[in-house]
Ligand binder design. Structure first.
Ligand SMILES: Nc1ncnc2c1ncn2[C@@H]1O[C@H](COP(=O)(O)OP(=O)(O)OP(=O)(O)O)[C@@H](O)[C@H]1O
Length: 586
């Protein structure tokens, strides 16, 4: 429950609306509890002083009054929903924005620790449970309390004794509803879990359809799906059974209360000193029915609050996460072009793997440094350190002579064009995918978009598409080849005319001939740009000003292509092996 106190700041923000909502609840309930009195009055007048000549006047005055009260109650009810439920939607909007904002602030390691499904659930499902508490939960709690207080006061006013008899079965009703609601909740959670298991499986079978078909795994997937679907059916049937038990139980208990009212009311009405009339018994029957829903909702609301508390706790867990990387300097930073790693080491906190070991190197403005090394040698980690996705465990990274931790990292990132190893294209047009690379204050003409696509040697493919630049890419760009996707991804980095260009093995899906063309085109475009090129292939990096060979996170060789060949070490070994492979292919 403590977790829900996080929401107090929002209650405070919308306090006036909420207060107005409470006034509307008071109004609607006050009119509501007066309605049975009219019916009771009518019954008594029928029994005693019914004036047959003026029946129309009698019917119109009481009926009109009843209609007026219903109308007034309806209007207040509408206004109460318009205030309280609307506030719950506002808070839902604020909370979603707050969570998303926090997601944007959190850094690399947070995303490696938590899976996408979890991140999605907290901003969608958990927020919607919290919203249910904020809207219906709070509205019914206030409304129930007020209606209960009004009704019991009115009942006690008529007959304290009958009130006691009538209320006897109601706590039992509340208890049963609470218990049933808890069971319903538990079963609903199980249904939801099974549902998300099925969704994940189905989604994976779609996105991995090529692998699935290639391995002829259709039957296995179908069998697995059947098991999960059967599980879903069984869990849902449990829920259906509980729900089926729910309504008859409530109806039975309300009936019991009504019978007790009539029975004891009847007995009491014969005792003249009680002063209880037939009209009073009718009023009581109305009140008993009026109390049923509020009491029933106590159980329902309680379990709703419990569920919201659990959800808010999960949300708070993410909201209280502190980003590992904090930008402490907001003054503008303009990157000139010098980079230096000084004895940098990095160990991943999650796996304890030391990915970078005591690494030192320099890249001067306009130079191209290449990094080559075996899989897992720490190349991508070097890039992530340079882009300050995480900070070194020890050592310093200097940008234009200043510690990376002390400069405005947002400004620094704006000057860099990074092409990551795994291509990600949005389900949007090719034009928008390229223009995504522009910084907020940059613009690009169609001609410029085409130019960068020409540089990356992919425009000749795109221009043949019916929609050209406006061709919309399917989910994850499935209608393009791997090499085409990589080249669009490079164009995205080039469009922002970066002062620092970083390629993380992003020509791997391109044949060596096309690679040669792209690298040649880039030579002109990147005059004066500081570049860091990571690759497995010697052909991508042989023309770099300097090449660094990494092994197990540490530098083992450094020099130009010729110098490293002359050294006859790991680099020349990789080169000779790749040369041989190329010759075999030819
Ligand atoms: N998020 C992570 N959490 C824990 N360990 C990681 C993480 N990312 C990488 N590693 C480990 O750090 C080491 C270096 O990984 P890195 O991705 O930097 O290598 P790489 O040289 O870029 O490899 P590749 O050429 O295959 O892309 C590897 O042993 C890897 O298992």
């Amino acid at each position: 429950m403590k977790s829900l106190s996080y929401l107090n700041k929002y209650f405070f923000k919308y306090k006036w609306r909420l207060l107005l909502g409470v006034l509307f609840i008071l109004g609607s309930n006050f009119l509501y509890v007066n309605m049975p009195l009219i019916v009771g009055d009518a019954v008594d007048q029928f029994k005693t002083g019914f004036d047959a000549d003026n029946w129309l006047k009698f019917a119109l005055s009481l009926g009109g009054m009843y209609i007026l009260l219903s109308l007034g109650k309806g209007i207040f009810l509408f206004m109460q929903r318009q205030t309280i439920i609307v506030v719950s939607r506002y808070i839902e909007y604020d909370l979603k924005n707050e969570i998303y904002d926090q997601y944007q602030r959190l850094s690399y390691n947070f995303y490696k620790r938590n899976n996408t499904g979890d991140l999605m659930n907290r901003i969608s499902e958990d927020v919607s449970y919290v919203r249910q508490y904020l809207g219906p939960g709070i509205m019914y709690t206030i409304s129930t309390t007020i209606l209960f207080a009004f009704t019991v006061t009115f009942m006690v006013n008529i007959s304290p004794e009958l009130t006691l008899y009538t209320l006897i079965p109601l706590p039992l009703l509340t208890f049963i509803i609470y218990k049933v609601s808890s069971i319903v909740n538990r079963q609903s959670v199980k249904v939801q879990q099974q549902q998300s298991k099925i969704s994940t499986k189905v989604q994976e079978s779609f996105s991995g359809i090529t692998v699935l078909k290639a391995y002829g795994a259709e039957d296995k997937f179908q069998a697995d799906f059947n098991i999960d679907a059967k599980g879903y059916l069984a869990r849902h049937m449990d829920l259906v059974k509980t729900n089926a038990f729910f309504m008859p139980t409530i109806t039975f208990l309300i009936g019991l209360s009504t019978i007790m009212t009539i029975y004891f009311g009847g007995i009491l009405s014969f005792e003249t000193q009680s002063g209880l009339t037939a009209g009073n018994i009718v009023e009581f029957i109305f009140y008993v029915n009026m109390l049923t829903w509020p009491l029933a909702s106590v159980g329902w609301v309680t379990s709703m609050i419990q569920r919201a508390a659990a959800s808010q706790e999960r949300i708070n867990e993410f909201l209280s996460e502190k980003p590992d990387v904090k930008n402490t300097n907001n003054s503008p930073f303009h990157f000139k072009g010098d980079i230096a790693f000084e004895n940098v080491s990095y160990t991943f906190p999650t796996s304890g793997i030391q990915a970078v070991k005591d690494l030192s190197f320099e890249i001067k403005q306009g130079e191209t440094l290449a990094i080559i090394g075996r899989t897992g040698s720490g190349k991508t980690s070097v890039i992530n350190l340079l882009m300050r996705q995480f900070d070194p465990t020890s050592g310093t990274i200097k940008i234009d002579g200043e510690d990376l931790k002390s400069i405005n990292v947002n400004d620094f990132r704006k000057e860099a064009g990074v092409v990551p190893q795994g291509v990600f294209l949005f389900s949007d047009s090719i034009r928008n995918n390229v223009m995504f690379g522009l910084a907020a204050d940059q613009e690009a003409t169609e001609k410029e978009v085409i130019e960068v696509l020409e540089t990356t040697h992919v425009w000749h493919n795109i221009k043949d598409f019916k929609q050209g630049l406006d061709t919309v890419l399917g989910e994850r760009g499935v209608n393009l080849s791997g090499g085409q996707k990589q080249r669009i991804s490079i164009a995205r980095a080039l469009i922002r005319k970066p002062k620092l260009l970083i390629f993380d093995d992003c020509l791997s899906a391109v044949d060596t001939e096309t690679e040669e063309i792209i690298l040649n085109n880039l030579k002109e475009t990147l005059q004066g740009t500081t570049s860091l090129i990571v690759s497995h292939r010697v052909s991508s990096i042989r023309n770099a000003d300097r090449i660094l060979v990494l092994e197990d996170g540490g530098k083992i060789e450094e020099g130009t292509h010729d110098e490293l060949l002359a050294l006859g070490g790991v680099y020349s070994e990789i080169y000779n092996k790749q040369l041989l492979e190329e010759q075999e292919e030819e």
